[in-house]
Design a protein around this ligand. Structure first.
Ligand SMILES: Cc1cc2nc3c(=O)[nH]c(=O)nc-3n(C[C@H](O)[C@H](O)[C@H](O)COP(=O)(O)OP(=O)(O)OC[C@H]3O[C@@H](n4cnc5c(N)ncnc54)[C@H](O)[C@@H]3O)c2cc1C
Length: 317
């Protein structure tokens, strides 16, 4: 008891950023509880993943070497079995596509209370988790008095742990009977397969309804090219079919945390801001000086994008 078990996340052979962030969330919670942090690595290239995740603050890594990709039954079963073996106070899982799939099953199997999509965790005799509502407009505190408990943590909310350490790695012997499994993974299909993942981009040039017409996108593509940025957008651009869904930033799109987010002709609606407020530096170009995007921008240009963007292209060229 008083330990924390956190589960790493990977997809298509790559560890997801949340794996490094969950180490910080888990370490902080374990410190509050006065226990150890155990990290589970399930499936994939477990040896390489465990090596990358030998990070400061992790007390032990447990690897379940079975399969290559995410599988619901494997993850739910192995996490629950590891939990039973270690008897921690908390199990943290990522609030990712994978985590959202198996975390409720883990909580159900172990009969644990589950707080989903936490953006903050504190423990003082009981868990107090912070969640966001109404497109991140309202923060709520969720108190959990029952122990042990399960939490899914939102990516991009904790700073990734980068400092490496010498962490013992143990193979966890979990017998996974795939033939008895109710679910089959048929394969993976990324939306807009072959396209970039804006969640990984360091510099995003993002376009909104201010662009007016699809053909004007060319101008923004030129800016993205000369600045080496990746193109993303607000929802109306995707709804119009001008860019694929995997380029949409926001509540119903992707959560992004680039170093620089250049919002062009984007008003800054809460549902959009929910996806990009974690950017290191936000720059906005908008004709309306009262646009809400300026409330969160570090730098703003009040101006017509059709004047400002060509000027930027010239400067960067
Ligand atoms: C359940 C739900 C989920 C949603 N999820 C998302 C989501 O994931 N992502 C998302 O983005 N939205 C989402 N939305 C929609 C959201 O509420 C807004 O409608 C949307 O973000 C607005 O997009 P926009 O800023 O591009 O357009 P607008 O709000 O129309 O803003 C356009 C901006 O461009 C400026 N502009 C106009 N012409 C120029 C010019 N020539 N030069 C410079 N600036 C100019 C205007 O001043 C204005 O501020 C969601 C809505 C709901 C209800």
């Amino acid at each position: 008891m008083s330990d924390v078990l956190a589960v790493a996340d990977h997809r298509r052979g790559e560890l997801r950023d949340v794996s490094f962030e969950i180490v910080r969330a888990g370490r902080e919670l374990a410190a509050d509880l006065g226990g150890d942090l155990h990290l589970a690595v399930i499936a994939g290239d477990t040896e390489a993943f465990a090596d990358r995740l030998s990070l400061a603050g992790v007390d032990a890594i447990h690897v379940v070497d079975d399969g290559v990709e995410f599988n619901h039954d494997l993850y739910a079963g192995a996490t629950a079995a590891l939990f039973e073996e270690l008897s921690p106070t908390a199990v943290l899982m990522p609030n990712s596509v994978n985590g959202l799939d198996y975390a409720p099953a883990v909580a159900n199997r172990l009969d644990l209370p589950l707080v989903a999509d936490a953006v903050g965790l504190a423990y003082d005799g009981g868990l107090e988790a912070t969640r966001e509502m109404y497109g991140s407009k309202v923060e709520t505190a969720v108190g959990v008095s029952e122990e042990p408990f399960a939490v899914t943590v939102r990516g991009g909310e904790w700073a990734a742990v980068e400092e490496t350490a010498d962490v013992p790695v143990e193979a966890f012997d979990y017998e996974f009977d795939e033939s008895a499994s109710g679910a089959r993974v048929q394969g993976f299909e990324e939306v807009g397969a072959g396209d970039v993942d804006i969640a990984d981009a360091e510099f995003l040039v993002s376009i909104g309804r201010g662009i007016e017409e699809e053909e004007n996108l060319e101008l923004i593509e030129e800016l993205a090219e000369v600045t080496g940025a990746t193109l993303s957008s607000s929802r109306p651009i995707v709804d119009n079919g001008w860019l694929p869904k995997n380029r949409q930033v926001g509540q119903s799109g992707k959560q992004v945390t680039p170093d620089v987010y250049l919002a062009i002709g984007i008003s800054g609606a809460v549902q959009h801001v929910a996806g990009m407020k974690g950017a290191e530096t936000i720059i906005a170009i908008n004709t309306d000086p009262n646009a809400p995007i300026f409330d969160i921008a570090d730098y703003g240009i009040v101006g017509d994008l059709f004047d400002v963007v060509p000027e930027l292209i010239e400067q960067f060229s």
